[in-house]
Design a protein around this ligand. Structure first.
Ligand code: PLP
Length: 485
């Protein structure tokens, strides 16, 4: 996992992790043990969770230090606490790497997670589009200058805006206006789906929905859509109806960073505001970020204390390290390999007769419709896990089994690609998945009916598959040279 232009520090990293576990173990041995066990588990499982990855030792180590002790509410050079000079340095470097890497006008590295990044974005747009005009109308300089009556009206207006986003079963995310998330309580929401025949995003339908619904925010981005989105077209639609285009690139930020997604498919030059996580295909620490154009920069920088708690300086340090890694040429190769592997996995499944949503993939995600095997997503997920293959169940468009049982399995290649698995390995992974699913049948409920939850796996399949997966993984060790003793 070291990159060609950085010195090999594996031996030192190994000693650092060992030392850290000794120190932690002296206080609470069970925590040291759990950390060690997590490394063992990750080394031994074939991880196809599309939203996970393996951060570099440098990124992981950047988080375990005294930066964690510092309070630094506010933003760079404008903090509500004294003594933030080192946090300023860290946050500035993270933001600089993000701007350079993504070609963004402005970057905000504080969000603690993707959900938080989206909240910052929503409130920044609301502040720009709803609060600022209200202040102007009232001749006020800041919100505190408004009368109670003005406030009453402003609160009503802030809470009654419209958002148009991708439907959950087409691959959208909960934070894009769905009820279980605050976005679905704050905004009136409408969704656009995918074409029933092709499974592809239908831009004419998005345009028609936007014309009718006239959202304040048009949101593009997904958790489970295996194709690319043309953000130039989405921006045209947003402009036509006076909406702000927000792209949530949490899933595919690594493909943008690695220049696999460029031009119309790069959200940064096309959207007014872009949010991301840093821990999925981007391969950084758990966290979020916001990128935006100049018009929203001031509002975004008020994310803390607007909706965020105090920044996590140690995580921003790790974001800076991961972004520095993503700026190296090796990351471009990585991003391309992620997509090559995803295509090879899709091909391997298709040649074995599997059904894929949209018939294939253009990104890091493959969405397998397991109804072809006579299973629910929940049964398939459990059978694969029993066989050493970690995936997650996922709805497919117009899913008859709903969001709990589902009819799909989402597969993703960022993690296995970081381990060094290649396209030939993906064919083998496809064979293992197909082998498990074609030898799994639904279990029965207590009353003798077919169950949506339990499954029966033919004798010996789980053991044989796990052994073969173990052999494959042994050829591509995770964190080679890191030895916890
Ligand atoms: N946005 C998208 C598109 C996601 O897929 C996710 C996570 O799954 C998030 C936001 C939320 O990220 P986090 O879990 O860091 O809050």
């Amino acid at each position: 996992m070291s990159t060609s232009s950085t010195p090999d520090t594996t031996h030192t990293a190994s000693a650092a992790f060992r030392g850290a576990l000794d120190v932690i173990g002296a206080v609470e041995p069970r925590i040291a043990e759990a950390i060690g066990a997590e490394l063992r588990d990750q080394r031994e499982s074939l991880k196809l969770i599309a939203s996970e990855n393996y951060a570099s030792p440098a990124t992981l180590l950047a988080m375990g230090n005294w930066l964690s002790d510092k309070y630094a509410e506010g933003t760079i050079g404008h903090r509500f606490y004294a003594g933030c000079q080192n946090v300023d340095t860290v946050e500035s470097i993270a933001a600089e790497h993000a701007r350079e890497l993504f070609g963004a006008r402005h970057a905000y590295a504080q969000p603690h997670s993707g959900i938080d990044a989206n909240l910052v974005a929503f409130w920044s747009v609301l502040a720009q589009r709803v609060e600022s005009p209200a202040l102007e109308r009232a001749g006020a300089r800041q919100a505190n200058d408004l009368t109670e009556a003005d406030w009453e009206e402003l609160r009503h207006d802030l809470g009654n805006q419209r958002m148009l986003g991708m439907s959950l079963d087409a691959g959208g995310h909960l934070t894009h206006g769905f009820r279980p998330n605050i976005s679905g309580k704050m905004f009136h929401q409408r969704s656009y789906g995918t074409d029933p025949a092709t499974g592809l995003l239908d831009y004419d339908a998005v345009r028609a929905a936007a014309r009718e619904f006239r959202p304040l925010i048009l949101i593009a981005g997904y958790s489970a859509y295996p194709r690319l989105i043309n953000f130039r077209v989405m921006r045209e639609i947003a402009d036509e109806v006076g909406a702000t285009l927000m792209v949530d690139m949490a899933h595919f930020a690594g493909l943008v960073a690695g220049k696999v997604l460029t031009g119309d498919f790069d959200p940064v030059p096309n959207a007014q505001i872009v949010t991301t996580t840093t821990h999925k295909s981007l391969r950084g620490p758990r966290g979020g970020m916001v990128l935006c154009d100049d018009s929203l920069a001031q509002q975004v920088d008020r994310g803390c204390p607007m909706v965020l708690g105090g920044p996590l300086p140690h995580v921003m340090a790790a974001k800076a390290v991961a972004l520095a890694e993503a700026r190296q040429p090796a990351f471009r190769d990585y991003a391309q390999h992620v997509v090559d592997n995803s295509r090879a996995l899709a091909e391997g499944l298709l040649t074995r007769g599997a059904r894929l949503v949209t018939g294939g993939t253009d990104n890091h995600i493959v969405l397998l419709d397991v109804s072809g095997y006579g299973l629910t997503g929940r049964q398939a997920e459990a059978a694969l896990l029993e066989s050493g293959i970690v995936t997650n169940r996922n709805s497919i468009p117009r899913d008859p089994n709903g969001a709990w049982y589902t009819s799909g399995i989402r597969l993703g290649t960022p993690a296995l690609t970081t381990r060094g698995l290649g396209t030939a390995d993906m064919d083998e992974v496809a064979a293992l998945i197909d082998g498990v699913l074609s030898q799994t049948t639904p279990g029965t409920t207590k009353s003798g009916k077919p169950s949506k939850a339990s499954h029966v796996l033919a004798d010996g399949v789980a053991k044989r598959t796990a052994e073969r997966a173990g052999e494959l993984l042994a050829q591509h060790p995770l964190y080679p040279g890191i030895d916890l003793g």
